[in-house]
Ligand binder design. Structure first.
Ligand code: ADP
Ligand code: AMP
Length: 215
């Protein structure tokens, strides 16, 4: 099973991904998480990626496609994978088409999570992340039980440096220009399902589950 979660920053991809991978027992491949980890560990990849991420720009395709290719070959992907935040450009999508026969996989569904822009800004600027386990919260929509403390591991919550209003606006513009064209790319291939992401977290998941249960 190979599923792609497509949608603007803040659409709820990571939130839904957590539920999907638990239920369907497939690997979660989030390029944003992999890149943030590389930045934190100060690896060669992290040093190259940081400048782009800080500015809300996409990391160059040639760096990202290598990560995904290697990741898809890892043993936990044998039962399938959920791609979250990849592909984000037409070049990345074309690359994926090329490598899929090598790993004997095909794209089952692309879930395009659609959310209004004002709501995206509210979600991103209110997002908080656990510095230890990476769990994601929202100050209003998904608050932790104790302010700024992770429910799952007790770690401190922080705001991502690219979740400030200025960088959020840049990321949304980048999405429109570079990633939105993928919606028609996958619609033409007959694998796209639109999801109304404006609803609450559980209602969005219900829509997703009603599509994925057939695969
Ligand atoms: P993405 O991975 O698409 O960037 P996230 O899953 O991190 O988005 O969600 C962005 C923020 O919005 C998080 O703080 C999350 O808790 C919150 N969120 C996610 N889905 C919803 C929803 N359906 N309604 C309200 N808030 C949501
Ligand atoms: P995300 O966690 O998905 O919001 O991604 C955070 C940042 O990581 C993005 O703003 C980009 O700078 C970078 N990034 C994540 N995925 C990709 C990708 N597929 N292609 C290019 N850059 C990416």
């Amino acid at each position: 099973m190979l599923i792609i979660l497509l949608g603007p920053p803040g659409a709820g991809k990571g939130t839904q991904a957590e539920k999907i991978v638990n239920e369907y027992n497939i690997a979660h491949i989030a390029t944003g998480d992999i890149l943030r980890n590389a930045v934190k560990e100060e690896t060669t990849l992290g040093r190259k990626a940081r400048q782009y991420m800080d500015q809300g720009q996409l990391v160059p395709d040639e760096l990202v496609v290598e990560i995904v290719k290697d990741r898809l070959l890892e043993p936990d992907c044998t039962n399938g994978a959920l791609l979250d935040g990849f592909p984000r450009t037409v070049v990345q999508a074309a690359f994926l088409e090329q490598v899929l026969p090598d790993i004997k996989a095909r794209i089952d569904r692309v879930l395009s999570v659609e959310v209004e822009e004002g709501e995206l800004i509210n979600r991103l600027t209110g997002r908080r992340i656990c510095c230890d386990c990476g769990a994601s919260y929202h100050v209003k929509f998904k608050p932790p039980k104790v302010r700024n403390v992770c429910d799952q591991c007790g770690g401190d919550l922080y705001q991502r440096s690219d979740d400030t209003l200025e960088t959020v606006k840049e990321r949304l513009a980048v999405y429109k220009k570079q990633t939105e064209p993928l919606i028609s790319f996958y619609r033409e291939k007959g694998v796209l399902s639109a999801i109304d992401g404006n609803q609450d977290i559980d209602s969005v998941y219900k829509q997703i589950n009603s599509i994925l249960k057939d695969y």
